[in-house]
Ligand binder design. Sequence first.
Ligand code: AMP
Length: 412
Amino acid sequence: MKFTELDLKPAIRKALVKKGYEDLTPIQEQTFPHVLSGRDLIALAETGSGKTAACGIPVVQSVDPDIKAVQALILVPTRELALQYVDEIAWIAKETGVNAFAVYGGFSMDIQKSKLAHGVQILVATPGRLIDLLYNSPLRLAEVRYFVLDEADEMLNQGFLPDIEFVFSCMVHEHHTMLFSATMPEEIKRLSKKYLTNAMMIELIAAQKAPSSLSHYFEEVKPHQRFEKMLELIKTEKPKQAILFCSSRTNCEKLYDHLKKELKSVEQIHGGLEQGKRTSLFRRFKKLDIQYLVATDIASRGLDFSHATHIFNYDVPHNPEGYTHRTGRTARMGREGKAVTFFTGRDIGKIKHIIRANRITPHWIGPEPDLSRPAEKKKQYGASSNRGKGSGPGRGPRKDFRRRKTVKKPGE
Ligand code: AMP
């Protein structure tokens, strides 16, 4: 279906033409009629499907620029996603008179308050900062007609459930809710049952779980060789742009320190960086001003880096979903992409699980490993055994792979 077949505001049509959007993506085709008719919606879809515009275009179409109050609220789990959302809505809304704004932690609340006071119709927010503003500013949600929960499963993973329930409790008036999630755990089902009315369910995950334009490479390495092996591959592959994922902030810093001595245009992004820095890195990477980004999973959810051609899993992701999210940063909208995962004998179990659960056809760099063999024990490749070996950052202790007990909210 073409955008010209929809009854959109001329200013939105103009923006879409300027941006080069002609055809709706499958998720847009399926969600638009329901969003425009105001039906509650649960969409099982990931980013890369065009879901930001799937909700952004109808929301911009539906809010009234003459009412100087928040009419659409979009909750997202991270600051980076908030920025991506608001950037996408800003160009759609550019000539409509509709104002979109994002609020998130780590940024001056006074500036956010004064912007809100000038009239914002579409507010994108991380849960913690939204609640701070509800308590400490005149911001109210009484005019909200559209409530979007993006990456709902990730928000629950991050421990935002009480915050989300609080926001729902602030919206006692009639409104439409759209919930986007990559998975449908029990908690999301319960949340939907409690707060959504007669919701339409749209499922688009299966079709895009493993895009055929994405090739999956795996290489078994000894812990002390990991850095050299990755560097070697980078030098042969010469990626146009790559993200190199680590499982902890410490590993990310170590890898960055080593990599910047070897390559030009390398930066790192993790939750420990000050917000202004994160925002600028994120925008520069999107614009292709940075070639290599060493990152924690902060960059794995939902972000649209359309230039990224390669994903390197320097550390194996925690689980199959983590793999899908990381590798989903490339091969977007049918483009070619390569994911390369480095693993050791200790990671055999995880690799097997990732390949099976994601129905991946693996390409092996080097000999194909026997995935049925038991995983090697900790002491063989423990932190102390590889310290000082090789020129790379070495491997951190096993605890780097464990889920933290106290979950830090990345949006805060
Ligand atoms: P998203 O899933 O929202 O992160 O979008 C993935 C990418 O698709 C982004 O670069 C969007 O700008 C782009 N996109 C979204 N909708 C369309 C469309 N209808 N036509 C062309 N590109 C699109």
